[in-house]
Ligand binder design. Structure first.
Ligand code: C5P
Length: 233
């Protein structure tokens, strides 16, 4: 099922059983599901298929970063699995991103292909240490522009960067934004956070929301509350 909801629920659990229990409390009318490295490494394509069998579209968040041939084959495998969105690291470069895009072109129903620019966990000091001398803000804008010029569909960005990227890159480029918190929820380990309605106002197309939904005693109610806040804004 496809949905108009902008919410991508990050199903960050250690086991397939926990992930499926949580997914079964939600409706594919209200959200899509993001499956990341922990769960995929633990439970593999079978879990992706189980989530899809429940009716959800899946964002396979494996952030591929390798030589062009390998990344092209990996996104091709993701497309054959039937996922809705897949991602790569922009710092893999133009040839890699282009090879990934071209690998998806032969699929009738291809996944959206997006890139990660700079991991939001990296400080400017850490970026200098690995030789990225321009600092995070400049690098994010630079890598997002490169991603667009390689014909990808969008980037993952912090909610704070969304406004600048929306201005720089136009209306059609997709922005996927984690770090979403409600005023009443705990920050967990997120530092730069925005409310759902502020992230949408800044230009985000899709919001990745994990713990505020998955660790809630009533995940469906938490999701409904987020959707209502966006609708009311
Ligand atoms: O639980 P929470 O809402 O913080 O989950 C956010 C999700 O988004 C996690 O799956 C996390 O890995 C992912 N993410 C993030 N920050 C980024 C990129 C991805 O929190 N910059």
């Amino acid at each position: 099922m496809t949905t108009s909801s902008p919410i991508l629920v990050a199903l960050d659990f250690a086991t397939a059983a926990q992930a499926l229990d949580c997914a079964r409390t939600l409706s594919p009318k209200d959200c899509r599901i993001k499956i990341g490295k922990e769960l995929f490494t633990q439970s593999g394509p079978q879990l992706v298929e189980s989530i899809q069998d429940l009716g959800f579209e899946v964002f396979l968040d494996l952030k591929f970063h390798d030589i062009p041939n390998t990344v092209a084959a990996a996104v091709d495998a993701a497309a054959r699995l039937g996922v809705w969105m897949v991602n790569v690291h922009a710092s893999g470069g133009r040839k890699m991103m282009t090879a990934a895009r071209e690998a998806l072109e032969k699929h009738q129903k291809r996944p959206l292909l997006i890139a990660v620019t700079i991991l939001t966990s990296l400080s400017d000091e850490e970026l200098f240490e690995i030789g990225y001398m321009a600092g995070a803000g400049t690098m994010v804008e630079h890598l997002a522009a490169l991603t667009q010029s390689c014909g990808l569909d969008g980037v993952v960005s912090s909610a704070q960067e969304a406004g600048v990227l929306r201005n720089n890159l136009g209306q059609d480029f997709k922005l996927i934004t984690p770090g979403i918190r409600l005023p009443e929820s705990t920050k967990d380990d997120q530092t730069r956070i925005l409310t759902p309605e502020a992230a949408i106002a800044a230009g985000a197309n899709y919001l990745v929301v994990g713990r505020p939904i998955t660790r809630s005693p009533d995940p469906a109610a938490a999701l409904a509350h987020i959707i209502e806040r966006i609708a009311a804004s």
